[in-house]
Design a protein around this ligand. Structure first.
Ligand code: GLV
Ligand code: MN
Ligand code: MN
Length: 416
């Protein structure tokens, strides 16, 4: 397959792309840099309004489905499923300007370029952003694209309770994004997502573009421990039912286990809370989340099982009750080999260095992969830092990725 990448004189406008990234970054901006646009928060609503407004301004037909996914459709010369360019605009509470936003806004830039040049594609083109990709407020992550793919039921998603006790259904209605379009089966000719790498590989290697081969498996579990609140000074150590102590042991075990398994296994305890949380009170309750990831499904399942067994045993030894609730389960995914090759060849054709690589982070693209050819384009993250307000990619690097996206999208959509 040889990408034609035509028409040769088209190019994205780096200043316009950066302008939209910076404007969206002002919504939910944190004092000192970065953004917090947790899914279905007020800031997410404002971000959605802003991006949907840009979509309409570019002449896209905007629809919102029942899980709040937003699609902007540009008609093609022929009817049929569109080439979908997507990502997300929700962020973690310590987010940067690029995670998710880049993929959506580069999609708008592609449309802008085509509009300016009055180019009609053969297939329709859609730019989309999906509800709650991050999963930081409501689990599971990739929720909107997950419902679209059939990975998760709509009713189950709407009933999901967030870390603040709100439900997805209520919050969608509150922010005005409980749309009326049915969440249909995925009908996309193919799916493309440009994203920052969020890891150190491209930056360390001085490589411009990652041709993403797939996404590793993800396993999130919430552990709750129920002990007995008691006096810190008078309760002998042998008589305690310290839920905090058990949670701490499980957190240390998660780290130890990842080291023992080795290879690409990672383990993170990102949430750890004890109650009542007072200096002189033995914690009666504790909650922790474990995020385990591996490219190998069997190794990941075994790691999950071992951590759970350890938690059960540690709780029993302390006379503490224990519950484990699965929050998210995603199998490893491989992207379409032909589309990955097209990304690679297109980047090379534009004079960029390219590396094939798996993704360490979860992405909406993985929900499309079982239903249509899907692929991702990565650009470097400075120092491999992400989910951090200092997340950074140089404008020229962002533009290089957007240029590859434009060429691949044109190749797949065809020019009339
Ligand atoms: C999404 O950002 C993830 O947790 O991989
Ligand atoms: Mn992302
Ligand atoms: Mn993220």
């Amino acid at each position: 397959m040889r990408p034609s990448s035509r028409p040769a004189n088209l190019g994205i406008d780096p200043a316009r792309l950066m302008g939209r990234i910076e404007a969206l970054g002002r919504i939910g901006a944190l004092p000192g840099g970065g953004v917090s646009r947790l899914a279905l928060s007020e800031a997410d609503r404002q971000g959605r309004d802003c991006v949907a407004g840009w979509m309409r301004g570019l002449g896209l037909a905007v629809t919102v489905d029942r899980i709040g996914n937003v699609f902007g459709l540009r008609a093609g010369a022929e009817a049929g499923p569109p080439v979908v360019i997507g990502s997300h605009i929700d962020t973690v509470a310590t987010g940067g300007l690029y995670d998710g936003a880049l993929g959506v806004l580069a999609g708008l830039e592609v449309v802008n370029v085509l509009n300016d040049a009055a180019i009609r594609t053969r297939r329709p083109l859609a730019v989309a952003f999906f509800t709650n990709e991050e999963g930081a407020r409501f689990a599971p992550d990739m929720m909107g694209s997950g419902v679209l793919s059939g990975h998760l039921g709509l009713a189950e998603a709407l009933a999901a309770v967030g870390i603040d006790g709100a439900t997805v259904g209520d919050e969608l209605a509150r922010i005005g994004y409980a749309g009326d379009a049915p969440v249909g089966a995925i009908a996309a000719h193919c799916y493309l997502e440009l994203h920052i790498e969020q890891g150190p590989v491209l930056d360390a290697g001085g490589i411009a573009i990652g041709a993403v081969t797939g996404v590793q498996g993800i396993c999130w579990t919430e552990y709750r421990f129920q002990g007995q609140t008691n006096h810190a000074g008078t309760t002998p150590m042998a008589m305690r039912h310290d839920a905090g102590y058990v949670a701490a042991r499980v957190a240390v075990e998660a780290r130890r286990l990842a080291g023992e398994i080795g290879g690409v296994q990672v383990a993170t305890v990102g949430r750890l809370a004890v109650a009542p949380g007072l200096v002189n009170v033995v914690p009666g309750e504790a909650l922790l989340t474990a995020d385990l990831r591996n490219t190998d499904a069997a190794t990941l399942a075994a790691a999950d099982e071992r951590l759970r067994a350890f938690a059960a045993q540690a709780a029993a030894a302390e006379g503490v009750g224990f519950e484990a609730r699965p929050l998210a389960r995603f199998a490893p995914v491989a992207f379409d080999p032909e589309l990955v090759a097209l990304v690679e060849e297109t980047a090379r054709g534009l004079g960029h260095s390219v590396r094939r690589m798996p993704s360490g982070a979860g992405h909406d693209a993985q929900m499309f992969a079982p239903h249509c050819p899907a692929a991702m384009i990565f650009v470097p993250s400075r120092g491999g830092i992400s989910h951090n307000v200092t997340e950074h990619t140089d404008p020229a690097q962002l533009s290089a990725g957007a240029e590859v996206l434009l060429r691949v999208a044109l190749e797949k959509a065809g020019v009339v």
